[in-house]
Design a binder for this molecule. Structure first.
Ligand code: PPS
Ligand code: ADP
Length: 185
């Protein structure tokens, strides 16, 4: 059985977590034959805790659900990519403590660029005052102090960031380099 592990992506909305999670999932399953599950905040809210809003306590419960799923899946040989903003340090520390084979990846991007990208128009709604407890605006995003890896999506491509994560997973021996056979073998 493959070693299970958790790649915990954290960063502001629009920083690039979902984009990198998608690329990483493809690379892990195609090149390393690993079973991968991607967790998103929407997935958890829709299936486990639909009553939660975005106040600090609600986010905390949302993250606790994600941590529990990471723990269950990774101990059964699944690679889990958590693509939740997870703005609070205490929650991310809990994820590290409770999940074996864990790396925290800070998906770093300046707030102004996230606002400019505004993938789902959510920053505009927040600036118009239509969103309560918006992270990065009224609920501060707490930058990781000691992440295992930082990827800077204003300076590198999503493919480069994905490559850095794979390199870190290889270094930690959470994944093993595949032998490349010549074509036709
Ligand atoms: N206050 C508020 N109201 C509505 N929507 C919000 C709010 N804050 C954040 N967002 C958007 O929801 C995405 C996840 O935020 P969450 O609060 O669920 O994140 S988390 O559970 O704390 O990680 C998050 O996007 P992603 O980071 O892309 O997942 C935001 O687009
Ligand atoms: N280097 C990069 N890494 C990741 N996303 C990037 C990068 N450069 C531009 N983008 C774009 O930024 C947006 C990030 O959105 P998304 O991945 O949904 O962020 P998040 O999941 O953090 O909210 C996407 O439209 C993506 O194409």
């Amino acid at each position: 059985m493959n070693k299970g592990f958790t790649v915990w992506l954290t960063g502001l909305p629009g920083a690039g977590k979902a984009t990198i999670a998608h690329l990483l999932k493809n690379r892990l399953s195609e090149n390393y034959q690993i079973n991968v599950e991607v967790l998103t905040s929407e997935l958890i809210r829709a299936n486990l805790c639909s009553n939660l809003k975005h106040a600090r306590h609600d986010r905390k419960i949302n993250i606790h659900c994600a941590i529990f799923i990471c723990k269950l899946l990774s101990r059964n040989g699944i690679a889990v990519i958590s693509s939740l903003a997870s703005p609070h340090r205490t929650s991310r520390e809990k994820a590290r403590r409770e999940t074996g084979n864990f790396i925290e990846v800070y998906v770093k991007c300046p707030l102004e660029l996230c606002v400019a990208r505004d993938v789902e128009g959510i920053y505009q709604r927040a600036l118009n005052g239509n969103i309560l407890h918006f992270m990065g605006e009224s609920d501060p995003y707490e930058e990781p102090l000691n992440p295992d890896l930082v990827v800077e999506t204003d300076k590198e491509t999503a493919e480069e960031s994905t490559g850095k994560i794979l390199k870190k997973l290889l270094e930690l021996q959470y994944i093993v380099k595949q032998i490349e056979f010549p074509k036709g073998e």
